[in-house]
Design a protein around this ligand. Structure first.
Ligand SMILES: *Cc1c(COP(=O)(O)O)cnc(C)c1O
Ligand SMILES: [Zn+2]
Length: 414
């Protein structure tokens, strides 16, 4: 283990030691993990990956840890589902779903970033883990802190879905709901971080945290037979995942692990009620105008995205685009995915499926291209989004004639 040279400013390229820091003190640019790719290229090959565990740790050389991971042994290596039925509905002949709604242990892609962040926090010797979260991060930080035997303080905006709240408390975490938006919560956490020596997974541990997302990109490429797809539709909140998928594809290319070259368009997907990144892309600017979120897609409702500029840049550099869907379209897309593929995703998955539909209609995605839709969270956590969508089930007596009565009614009205 140990392929990390240090941290490096994404803007001015100044180098920093491996510490729990995230901002360049010279230009305020974000810090990134700086890997020794020459050393990695001597260690990693398709064979070493294939003989690795069925988890994100099959790519451990490309993860920012100096020691073996301390939590999250079973995170990642989720299914890449060939989606023929949904493809037919959308007019796509080569459609896949990268399904992190079944990620272990908390059913979202956040388990990838948290497994790395908490392992790194333990290397640094922290005893308390914290985060500002839109919900899924809270669940995952709480679960992995429990696994690690560490204390956790978790901050969320008031008004999150009950599944996300219960799915944090159950692990014994200290959960604090803040009267405000995620952006208010994040600002508060930066102030708290100055007073308490805690590991904030998406603040002072952010450079390491973000690289957990790369595993999602590696898996897409490996599972497509060491190829990258023509199109990837990515849900965007803070813009970490979208930039890391792009980075992952290019690292695989650089290390000679791919058939051919990266030729993927990356599409950003947001909810209309919180679309600072896709709005900037549509307006042809890389300047993000912060917004006040108002959407059922709470897990991706970040009005002032930390890496928004890089999210825009990724889509532009790749030749992709940005698009958004409103709450009604999100619900319809969640139902379409469930009815065609038997996959129940949360609102963020409704966003990527709905946006894909729009991109096909706009001719930006062609029928025979290979397209991957990112499904990043589980529908059982956001059941509120579907309230009023279905009537209650019919109640009958435990008698055959009681059933036959409603059955014949159904058949005659069908
Ligand atoms: C956090 C999250 C995302 C996107 O997060 P980024 O901050 O852009 O990396 C996407 N989908 C779900 C379900 C999430 O919880
Ligand atoms: Zn700098």
């Amino acid at each position: 283990m140990g392929y990390v040279k240090g941290l490096k400013c994404k803007e001015c390229k100044r180098e920093f030691p491996k510490e729990p820091i995230h901002v360049c003190e010279y230009c305020f640019g974000p810090l990134e993990v700086d890997y020794d790719y020459e050393k990695i290229s001597k260690q990693i090959s398709r064979e070493t990956i294939l003989s690795g565990p069925p988890s994100m740790w099959r790519y451990k050389e490309l993860m920012p840890l100096d020691e073996e991971n301390k939590v999250g042994d079973h995170v990642g290596f989720t299914p890449l589902v060939r989606a023929k039925n949904l493809g037919k509905a959308l007019g796509l002949n080569n459609l896949y779903l990268k399904n992190d709604s079944v990620n272990h242990p908390t059913f979202s892609f956040k388990d990838r970033v948290v497994a790395v962040a908490i392992s790194k926090a333990m290397e640094f010797g922290f005893d308390t883990i914290s985060c500002a979260s839109t919900g899924n991060l809270a669940n995952s930080v709480a679960a992995h802190s429990a696994e690690a035997g560490l204390k956790s303080f978790i901050f969320i905006p008031d008004g999150l879905e009950s599944g996300k709240i219960l799915g944090t408390m159950v692990y014994g975490a200290q959960l604090v709901a803040v009267n405000g938006s995620y952006d208010d919560v994040n600002r508060l956490c930066s102030e708290i971080a100055a007073h308490h020596k805690w590991a904030f997974v998406n603040i002072n541990i952010r450079p390491y945290y973000g690289d957990g997302s790369k595993s999602y990109g590696y898996e897409i490429a490996e599972q497509l037979g060491w190829k990258t797809p023509d199109n990837v539709i990515v849900p965007v909140a803070g813009s970490s995942l979208i930039t890391k998928i792009w980075k992952a594809f290019h690292e695989f290319e650089m290390l000679g692990l791919l058939e051919g070259k990266v030729n993927s368009k990356i599409f950003a997907a947001q909810a209309t009620g919180c679309s600072p990144v896709t709005t900037a892309i549509k307006n042809g600017t890389d300047v993000i105008t912060p917004v006040k979120p108002n959407t059922i897609a709470k897990s991706i409702a970040i009005g002032n995205p930390a890496d928004g500029y890089y999210g825009v840049k990724t889509t532009i550099d790749s030749g992709g685009h940005g698009e958004d869907v409103n709450d009604e379209e999100i619900v319809l897309a969640m139902r379409l995915l469930a009815e065609t593929e038997g996959i129940f995703t949360e609102t963020a998955g409704g966003v990527t499926v709905g946006v894909t539909k729009k991109l096909v209609q706009q001719g930006r995605i062609k029928p025979d291209e290979t397209t991957v839709i990112c499904i990043t969270g589980n529908g059982l956590k956001t059941v509120e989004a579907l309230s009023g969508q279905f009537t209650d089930p019919i109640i009958i007596e435990p008698k055959l004639n009681s059933f036959e009565e409603i059955y014949s009614n159904r058949v005659s009205t069908a």
